[in-house]
Design a protein around this ligand. Structure first.
Ligand SMILES: C[C@H](N)C(=O)N[C@H](CCC(=O)O)C(=O)O
Ligand code: MG
Length: 363
């Protein structure tokens, strides 16, 4: 099965309501779709959202990376030598992790089709169903409490509460949410780098002392401030998860080795795809550190790939794959099946896509 072409397209999917974090507010998922064609007629799909404030990727950069660096190196290569293709992809240019993830996902889609097996089974096949949390955007305490009630009514048992905008108000946000959802619902928080280290410790300790029962906190301090991250991890009881601080397997190794965080959030868009994520999983297993599989604001193509990884690997114990349920519509036929918090995988080959509606293909 030889690669004959790599095509690119644009996909825009409106959100049910604005998605607000300490880093950005957006109203739609904006994606580049990658389609790899082969001489056997098999097609592999991938997806990359340009999350500039986190990965540095833009739509133009994703398109340029494929057109100027990746396409010419991959055309003609045979899926039978998967290792060669992945190494070529890695070496084609530095950084550009979202682009590499999109191409990697399309390649795994083809790899699974070549063996007529779902990708999660080829990677380990640990389970075929997972439960995701849902994100509550940062807003007034009242609005966040109302959004939380709506989510719980839909059956979500874990909420990811966005904070990191103003520490004192963040405490009030958490208090308002906990008051309305009670203690049967798990609350995890994500500050998206919004706090200073001492401010994070103060705020998290206040949450501990008030019995708010926070399951974990994601990325309390700036991504590059590893000392600050370790300071928070050492000072508070709430488990600290590194998100923006961990892109590559090398970043993960450093965090694991220094114990700067208690857990790692793996995102395909940060590490460059499934083949790199597998390395982080292997290292986390060695250090016995649980991982989350997370996502950017993504539609169901790349999220399906993340579901396959999560279903394959036991070390992934926390699931934050709510991109598709935040969208007003699902343009992807096939792939993972979402029923609110419950995500399951069909036993179709590869990643199981049939068609993606609404893609504007580049000529
Ligand atoms: C969508 C997901 N639940 C999430 O919250 N991801 C954010 C980054 C999302 C973005 O800005 O696209 C995170 O975990 O930091
Ligand atoms: Mg996060």
């Amino acid at each position: 099965m030889k690669i004959t072409d790599i095509r690119l397209g644009y996909l825009s999917v409106p959100l049910k309501q604005p998605f607000k974090t300490a880093l950005r507010t957006v109203n739609s998922v904006e994606d580049v779709i990658v389609k790899i064609e082969t001489d056997t007629g098999h097609i592999g799909y991938g997806e990359a959202p340009p999350t500039g404030v986190i990965t540095g990727d833009t739509t133009g950069a994703i398109i340029g990376a494929v057109e100027e660096h990746i396409r010419k190196r991959l055309i003609g290569l045979d899926l039978e030598n998967f290792e060669e293709i992945l190494l070529t992809l890695d070496k084609s240019l530095v950084h550009n992790t979202s682009t590499k993830a999109a191409v990697d996902i399309a390649l795994y889609d083809l790899y699974g089709q070549m063996f007529n097996a779902p990708v999660y089974k080829l990677l380990g096949g640990y389970r075929k169903e997972i439960i995701t949390d849902i994100t509550i955007s940062v807003d007034t305490p009242e609005k966040m409490a109302a959004d939380s009630i709506d989510a719980v009514k839909l059956g979500y048992t874990t909420l990811k509460i966005k904070v990191g905008v103003d520490a004192e108000q963040d405490f009030r946000r958490m208090k308002a949410v906990r008051e309305v959802v009670g203690y049967d619902v798990q609350l995890r928080i994500d500050a998206n780098q919004g706090w200073k280290p001492k401010e994070a410790v103060r705020t998290l300790k206040a949450m501990e002392d008030s019995g708010l029962q926070v399951e974990l906190v994601e990325q309390p301090v700036q991504a590059q401030d590893i000392e600050g991250l370790k300071f928070v991890t050492d000072q508070v009881s709430i488990p600290v998860m590194a998100d923006e601080s961990v892109f590559s397997p090398k970043d993960a190794l450093m965090i694991l080795h220094t114990r700067a965080a208690d857990m790692i959030n793996i995102k395909l868009m940060k590490c460059g795809g499934i083949h790199q994520a597998l390395k982080i999983c292997a290292m986390a297993e060695i250090y016995d550190v649980e991982c989350m599989i997370g996502c950017m604001l993504e539609a169901k193509v790349s999220i399906t790939a993340a579901v396959h990884l999560a279903c394959a690997k036991k070390i992934i114990t926390k699931i934050d794959l709510d991109g598709p349920v935040l969208c007003r519509e699902d343009p992807v036929q096939g792939g993972a099946i979402f029923e609110h918090s419950r995500i399951s995988l069909p036993d179709t080959a590869g990643l199981g896509f049939e068609h993606i509606n609404g893609v504007v293909w580049k000529s």
